[in-house]
Design a protein around this ligand. Structure first.
Ligand SMILES: [Zn+2]
Ligand SMILES: [Zn+2]
Length: 927
């Protein structure tokens, strides 16, 4: 792809007297004020002239440069916005944000929606793993993590913001502000393409360093042809690290970018220094030292030293150590950013890239003999960058735990793999073969053996290596292209698309009223087992929620709806039976119980997503979900299998949310507004396709972009029971669960199994009055073959059942006493754990509440009185009530804990006890 000269002619450059020339080294065209210039002013066509000779009027820190950049563009009418995450959850075709424009693709750049501001400016952290092997060697030209200063203008049809002239002018003025004279600046012509878009661009070069790229994104690439885009986007990328480097004129960028980190990192990893004079000379040519290029790294080093007139051999070991030290700083910062956003190292997707980086860092530190400082180094980075990027600090513990776990596993992998590696290499040698790129990729992907280790062992065993020096970059690039793979098409889709050609989008009645299951609508098309209506209550499969089933009744009979799919907003019902006539009005009936059960499972899934993030950690992201009629499953990223304790906690917390009766709010938002209000965890269920997003929000618990149907309140879910968990892939665990009546029948069937066993073990069941009581009794059953497991199993059901029982129970009495809700009920059990569960359930309301549970046996009354958090903060406390109750009856025996008091009294009436409690609350409240 090439653009002719006309694409680069700008009024601004012409007016200023710039002329077009051709680089004698690389052959590319560029614009300059110096008619004599014969090079493009970019290394490696020229050496770095800025080293020891900064062109700016002063030096900047990284923070200072970022502020200068943002400040300049703000002065020139750009609105600053907050950076986006580095993991683009709003896109499926990318694993990591590699440029600021990614923030606005594809929704804004395609014209689907407005940008958050226009024009705008942002300093966006970016991650680029395609350069992973170059980091360190080029002394800072390449980093896997850097900030891209993006100044963007979006030109919608009829609404021009600015285009080429102003873009170049702003760049030139910014450089001028820094003190860089226009004579120093070269605008080199280039072609940019990415994410299906393309356009001409200028690379902005100063004293050998490319500091910015000005892209004029104006085309879409379709079948190799260029089509003009409706929205022309100014996409500029100012390298904040590179500008900082330029302004310091140091031989490496690392020493300025990591100026505050290096002293502490040196304490951890050792001091790595090099003769300054050597570095100043060698550094001018460091852009040449690129693995995978035309010459080997060793040869490039030799040439650089020769041109710089410095002695290389004597300092080579120190140089290599310094490069590794810098690479370790870069890799650890990348890892901190990626993992802080909820990525778990694994074998797939972004987890694969995170793992690759962690292993790379571990290897790098191993060469420095500092592999045991990996967590300290991460901690240092999290603390340092967390000052500006808060999420790093907030995720600190989580990130350290993940890295710790991953590094231990990597050590095991290496130990296991080493023998295999030596055997493979010996065999190769015996056959006279060599280690190829393919061998290295296979050893990495199948055995986790990194290329540098393979090279090292091959060297020791005297096996030839015929692979480029940047195999890790090849591995990363191969993996990244996987994100773009198309999904398999449903074979019915072609037929359906034929049928719906020209039809309007279907009105989605299930969004107007999620509970509505009966409707009437006109038939737009009916053929070949498919029916399309004007409007429908049938939910089409999507977002992990299965399609509704039901029946369509019409003039000639009826047909059964077996599946429902949506194609570009047109909903197709796949049916069996007599088809209706196009044009006639039909009656649709969704299978109601099935739909309600699916809704409970969908809402339960959102409750669980909020729960696992709290119980397992912030890294627990939804990786997949399916909500069916009788059960649902949720896959989340997590590095280890779930323990029974994890499961018990998740179940407990999730059911507390059910019991808290939280509303499930559904609203449409503008995309930016939704992201601002709820953050990027919105996209747990996957990226949302449009400018408007439907947000399902359980206030204070979980908010997600979701197209599914939901209960109006968490209490409708009733009860969530986790049926099973399983590690389904590296870094992914699956939870299977049931909600509402489906959960209840699951528990009931397990309980009756237990009862049968209890009977077999010759313990007769006593008379029981309620389902819950039956459960409690069954706890006394024992399985002689495995008593501990049995009790453990019962405990889990016990707690859940107690809560469920209380949640659906009408209490004996419930009244307001001086602003405190006093609830009174009887219990049959005296099992402490069960009573606590019941107390917990009843007191989980949002107002101050006191609950009194009473068990009467003969003439004795046992009672529990518990206060919720709101009641405690309103001034009530168990000790204050104890005194009042003692003044009612001297012989009452009471023990008080933090929230609950437990008592016993002989020959008292329940009514009197209740009266005494109410009296005590009244008295304490009126003080
Ligand atoms: Zn050139
Ligand atoms: Zn959902």
């Amino acid at each position: 792809m090439e653009f002719d000269e006309s694409h680069y002619v700008t009024g601004y450059l012409r007016e200023r007297g710039f002329v077009r020339r051709k680089c004698r080294v690389c052959g590319k065209h560029f614009w300059t004020l110096d008619p004599e210039r014969d090079n493009c002013n970019e290394a490696p066509c020229v050496p770095y002239e800025f080293i020891g000779n900064a062109p700016t009027n002063r030096s900047f820190t990284l923070d200072g440069m970022r502020d200068a950049f943002i400040g300049f563009f703000e002065e020139h009418d750009h609105t600053p916005i907050d950076p986006y995450p580095v993991v683009p959850r709003w896109r499926r075709d990318l694993f990591l944000v590699s440029a600021s424009i990614v923030d606005f693709q594809p929704h804004v750049t395609s014209g689907l929606m407005e940008p958050p501001a226009n024009p705008l400016v942002v300093s966006q952290p970016c991650i680029r793993l395609v350069d992973v092997d170059k980091v360190g060697l080029t002394l800072g030209r390449h980093m896997t993590v850097f900030e891209m200063g993006g100044a963007h203008a979006f030109n919608f049809p009829g609404r021009e913001v600015y285009w080429k002239d102003r873009t170049v002018e702003l760049c030139s003025r910014f450089l001028e502000r820094l003190g860089v004279k226009e004579e120093e600046v070269v605008y080199k012509e280039g072609v940019w393409s990415g994410g299906g878009n393309a356009g001409p661009c200028f690379e902005v070069n100063v004293r050998g360093l490319e500091v910015a790229t000005l892209v004029f994104m104006s085309y879409r690439v379709a079948d190799g042809r260029l089509e003009e885009l409706p929205v022309r986007t100014v996409d500029t990328g100012y390298g904040i690290e590179r500008f900082t480097w330029l302004s310091n004129g140091t031989p490496t960028a690392f020493e300025v970018v990591y100026a505050d980190v290096i002293p502490k990192a040196s304490e951890l990893l050792g001091r790595y220094e090099l003769d300054r004079e050597f570095l100043m000379g060698y550094g001018r040519y460091s852009a040449w030292i690129q693995p995978g290029g035309e010459v080997t790294v060793a040869e490039a080093r030799r040439r650089a030293a020769e041109l710089a007139g410095v002695e290389l051999d004597a300092v080579l070991p120190q140089l290599e150590a310094l490069e590794r030290f810098y690479a370790a700083l870069d890799y650890s910062k990348s890892i901190a950013f990626i993992l802080s956003e909820g990525v778990v190292p694994s074998n797939t997707k972004v987890g694969y890239l995170a793992r690759l980086l962690i292993r790379r860092l571990h290897r790098t530190l191993t060469h420095l003999n500092a592999q045991d400082r990996i967590l300290d180094l991460l901690d240092l980075q999290l603390n340092h960058w967390g000052r500006r990027f808060r999420q790093l600090l907030e995720a600190r513990d989580d990130v350290l735990e993940l890295v710790d776990y991953e590094v231990r596993r990597f050590a095991e992998t290496l130990e296991k793999g080493r023998q295999h590696l030596e055997r493979t290499l010996r065999e190769l040698k015996a056959r006279g073969g060599a280690v190829t790129t393919e061998t290295m990729i296979r050893l990495y992907d199948e055995r986790g053996l990194p290329p540098d280790l393979v090279r090292e062992v091959a060297g020791k065993l005297g096996v030839r290596v015929e692979a480029p020096e940047n195999v890790q970059e090849i591995v990363a690039s191969m993996h990244m292209s996987e994100a773009q793979r198309e999904e398999v098409q449903d074979p019915r889709e072609a037929r359906a698309r034929e049928l719906i050609r020209g039809l309007p989008q279907t009105e989605r009645l299930y969004y107007l009223d999620q509970y509505r299951t009966e409707f009437e609508s006109r038939v737009l098309a009916a053929a070949d087992g498919m029916v399309v209506l004007e409007a429908t209550c049938f939910y089409p499969e999507g977002g992990g929620q299965v399609a509704d089933t039901g029946v369509i009744r019409h003039g000639r009979g009826e047909c059964r709806v077996l599946d429902v799919q949506s194609y570009d907003g047109v909903i197709v019902h796949f049916v069996e039976g007599v088809l209706p006539e196009p044009g006639e009005v039909v009656r649709g009936e969704v299978d109601r119980e099935r739909r309600l059960s699916i809704m409970r499972h969908h809402t339960a899934t959102h409750i669980l997503i909020g729960t696992v993030r709290r119980v397992l950690g912030r890294h627990a992201w939804q990786m997949g979900a399916r909500k069916e009629e009788g059960r649902a499953r949720l896959d989340v990223s997590h590095h280890r299998p779930l323990t029974p304790e994890d499961v018990a906690r998740i179940e407990r917390v999730a059911n507390e949310v059910v019991a808290r009766r939280l509303p499930v709010e559904v609203r449409w938002y503008d995309r930016h507004e939704a992201e601002r209000l709820f953050g990027f965890t919105l996209y747990q269920g996957g990226e949302a396709p449009a400018g408007q997003v439907r947000v399902v929000n359980i206030p204070g618990w979980d908010a997600e972009a979701c197209g599914g149907t939901h209960c109006a309140n968490t209490s409708e879910v009733g009860f969530i029971k986790i049926i099973g968990t399983e590690k389904i892939a590296d870094g992914v665990v699956r939870l299977e669960y049931a909600a509402g009546p489906a959960a209840l029948s699951y528990v009931q069937s397990r309980i009756s199994e237990l009862e049968e066993r209890a009977e077999r073990s010759e313990r007769s069941e006593r008379e029981v009055s309620t389902f819950a009581e039956k459960l409690f009794r069954s706890m006394e059953a024992e399985d002689p073959s495995d008593p501990s497991r049995h009790v453990e199993y019962l405990r889990a059901h016990y707690a859940a059942a107690a809560r469920y029982w209380m949640a659906f129970r009408r209490y004996q009495k419930e009244e307001d006493v001086e602003g405190v809700r006093v609830i009174f009920d009887f219990v049959q059990t005296r099992n402490q754990m069960v009573v606590e569960e019941m107390l917990q359930q009843v007191t989980s309301v949002q107002v101050p509440a006191a609950v009194l549970l009473v068990r009467s046996s003969g003439r004795k009354l046992e009672f529990w009185l518990s206060l919720n958090r709101q009641a405690l903060s309103s001034g009530l406390s168990p000790p204050s009530l104890v005194d009042e109750l003692r003044s009612w009856r001297q012989d009452v025996r009471i023990e008080a804990s933090e929230r609950t008091l437990r008592g016993e009294v002989e020959s008292a009436k329940v009514g009197d006890l209740y009266g005494a409690v109410v009296g005590a609350i009244r008295k304490v409240r009126s003080r």
